[in-house]
Design a protein around this ligand. Structure first.
Ligand SMILES: *Cc1c(COP(=O)(O)O)cnc(C)c1O
Ligand code: SF4
Length: 441
């Protein structure tokens, strides 16, 4: 299949859209796509979405902007401007104001920028001791966009995290100088949007540097879900698989961190063939997804998805909470409900699929898991713990919050039995130290 993408200006030409959506539904997409990035491709259109009832199809909801992603007030503002044929400039101003209300900079990313010999590694992030993240400049887009994506500000250029190739040498020096680092995680956007030739220019110097502490190379990608031809028929598909094999043959653990939101993404022949090809290189595939209202908020969907993943040779890894940005009001599932869905799904699968952990919030202090609900002296409490912490010593200590069925995020919770969560003072110290170092006040 030849890769074709569609956006706000071109999606009306998709025959399935013309045939299955009403004028009003098409207009709604145009309004919402003014605020949130929108991109879809021919594989998603032809192989994943069930066009007999698109508005109720999870993959349609995963890729097409939806009316509910904007509040009525914001929707009406933009709809009116569009109907009146107002100028781009006027519309863009309103759009910008709406975007700024949607918390475009969650989880304090600016505090984790690594630095060596006075040089900052922009487009790179070192938050948890063992793992450094980086965002190759040319990997800041995806084969299609997820409607819920917390990286939406990156795609519209208000929160740029870009790692330039010339910085690979600095990165290598940094990893060498930090023997506690065992993992590099290539992320984006989607790093596998890059041509293999380009990806090699990032990966090969790292392989050649023979950094003794570096053990695992991870690549976070949704290419399996959105464009499996990346591993099958694209011009440089074989070259990519050869690169994977080279990484493995050099003795690294190559972890493909696959993003799947629904079992429907696992059902095409193409994806199954691509998974097999990746596995043949010796890479391991681990899977992760947020839990999302309107897309996968049911335990049967998760149980079926984990089961299928194991059947195809993948390892379920994380269930995340929708982050506190963008259309969280639309996609967010409260912690209590997410935990119930997780647990009900977990109960349905064998131990082989119970490698998955969650539901987890990637918040400023770390990855915080909703561990369960307990009752003490007849009163309900929520129990949480850290899967990753800015201070690694925070991991594995259960802590308590007042029971709150509506809470979507750690910020919505009140500590139980004390005024503050146990990590809060130390976090404040860590952040003010980083602020000083980063020169921000
Ligand atoms: C999730 C995450 C990682 C990787 O954490 P693991 O638990 O090792 O998978 C690394 N850095 C950041 C900033 C993360 O959010
Ligand atoms: S593939 Fe990942 S980075 Fe790209 S839009 Fe989806 S969630 Fe966001």
């Amino acid at each position: 299949m030849k890769y074709r993408t569609y956006n706000i200006r071109t999606f009306e030409n998709i025959p399935q859209v013309k045939n299955s959506l009403s004028e009003k539904e098409i207009f709604d997409i145009k309004v919402v796509a003014k605020v949130f990035p929108f991109k879809v491709n021919n594989y998603v259109i032809e192989k994943l979405i069930d066009w007999s009832d698109p508005l109720n199809d999870p993959i349609f909801r995963l890729t097409f902007p939806q009316r509910g992603m904007l509040t009525d007030e914001d929707y009406n503002k933009i709809a009116t401007l569009l109907k009146n044929g107002e100028s781009e400039e006027k519309i863009n101003k309103v759009v910008h104001d709406i975007r700024m209300k949607l918390n475009p900079h969650p989880a304090g990313q600016k505090y984790n920028i690594p630095e060596i010999d006075g040089e900052k590694l922009h487009g790179s992030q070192h938050k948890y001791r063992e793992t450094i993240l980086f965002f190759p400049k040319q990997g800041q887009t995806c084969h299609a966009y997820c409607s819920f994506c917390f990286r939406w500000p990156q795609f519209i250029g208000i929160n740029e995290l870009k790692f330039a190739m010339k910085e690979v040498d600095i990165l290598i020096r940094y990893i060498k100088a930090h023997p506690e680092i065992t993992d590099i995680l290539f992320t984006g956007g989607d790093p596998l949007i890059m041509k293999t030739k380009l990806l090699k220019q990032y990966i090969e110097p790292i392989l050649e540097a023979d950094i003794p502490n570096l053990k695992t190379i991870r690549i976070g990608s949704k290419a399996l879900g959105f464009w499996p031809y990346r591993f099958l028929t694209d011009d440089d598909a074989q070259e990519l698989l050869d690169l994977f094999k080279k990484i493995v043959d050099k003795g690294y653990h190559l972890a493909y961190m696959a993003h799947f939101n629904h079992y429907k993404e696992l059902e095409t022949e193409e994806v199954q063939e691509a998974i097999a090809k990746i596995r043949e290189t010796g890479a391991e595939i681990r899977t992760q997804s947020p839990i999302l209202k309107h897309i996968n908020d049911s335990s049967d969907v998760w149980a079926k998805m984990w089961q299928k993943q194991v059947e195809l040779g993948m390892i379920p890894y994380y269930m995340f909470m929708a982050r506190d940005t963008g259309a969280q009001h639309y996609f967010g599932v409260p912690l209590v409900r997410a935990w119930k869905i997780f647990t009900d799904a977990f109960k349905q699968v064998s131990g082989i699929a119970r490698t998955v952990r969650g539901p987890s919030m990637s918040a400023t202090p770390g990855k915080i898991r909703m561990l369960g609900i307990t009752e003490i002296n007849g009163k309900k409490y929520m129990v949480l713990d850290f899967l990753q912490g800015r201070n690694p010593d925070w991991v594995g200590k259960p802590f308590f919050a007042e029971y709150n069925e509506e809470a979507l995020w750690i910020d919505d919770l009140k500590p139980a039995f004390s005024d503050k969560f146990f990590y809060e003072e130390e976090l404040e110290e860590i952040l003010s130290r980083d602020r000083l170092e980063a020169g921000v006040s």
